[in-house]
Design a protein around this ligand. Structure first.
Ligand code: RP5
Length: 162
């Protein structure tokens, strides 16, 4: 039987203005050589684009979706309602410093989960790392890379504060 090729991550954001945050997600995936596609798709501004993207997830071999949005950040929740793939949400820093985005993303009523990360850049990086961790349960080579990353990460932390 033909081995299925390694899956891809879909990075979606509600606006071009979210890219300055979400680019950190893409850069982190690139460091691990994880295939991913990046798209501006808004639940309220481009609902047709959202449906088209979701229809093609299987064909495009997408295994995890990362959604970044700010303000009334319902993008990740709407996506999660339309797919059974794991959905990770990144609250974008907004006029209310991202608190609105955080609450809109994290406070999903029970039934449809969104794995919500921190506000802003840290959340974008951690969304990528969490996606990598999920993929590492399926792909041995990704697991190896994650272990190497974690070892190097620890070594980068100074032992003394001065
Ligand atoms: C949300 O509205 C987007 O995710 C973005 O964070 C926010 C503001 O969008 P722009 O007005 O900058 O396009 O849908």
């Amino acid at each position: 039987m033909k081995k299925k090729s390694q899956g891809s991550v879909g990075i979606i954001m509600g606006s071009v203005s979210d890219w300055k945050t979400m680019k950190h997600c893409s850069e982190t995936l690139k460091k691990f050589k994880i295939k991913h596609e990046v798209k501006v798709i808004s639940a309220h501004r481009t609902p047709k684009r959202l449906n088209d993207f979701l229809k093609k997830t299987k064909k495009n071999n997408i295994e995890i979706i990362i959604a970044g949005a700010g303000g009334a950040a319902h993008l990740a929740g709407v996506i999660a309602s339309k797919t059974t793939l794991p959905v990770l949400g990144v609250p974008i820093e907004s006029k209310l410093k991202g608190l609105d985005s955080l609450l809109s993303t994290v406070q999903m009523p029970s039934g449809i989960p969104v794995g919500t990360l921190a506000i802003g850049k840290a959340g974008a990086i951690n969304a990528a790392l969490l996606a990598i961790s999920i993929l590492s349960t399926k792909y041995k080579n990704i697991h190896q890379k994650l272990k190497i990353y974690r070892n190097q990460f620890e070594r980068k932390v100074p032992k003394k504060p001065f």
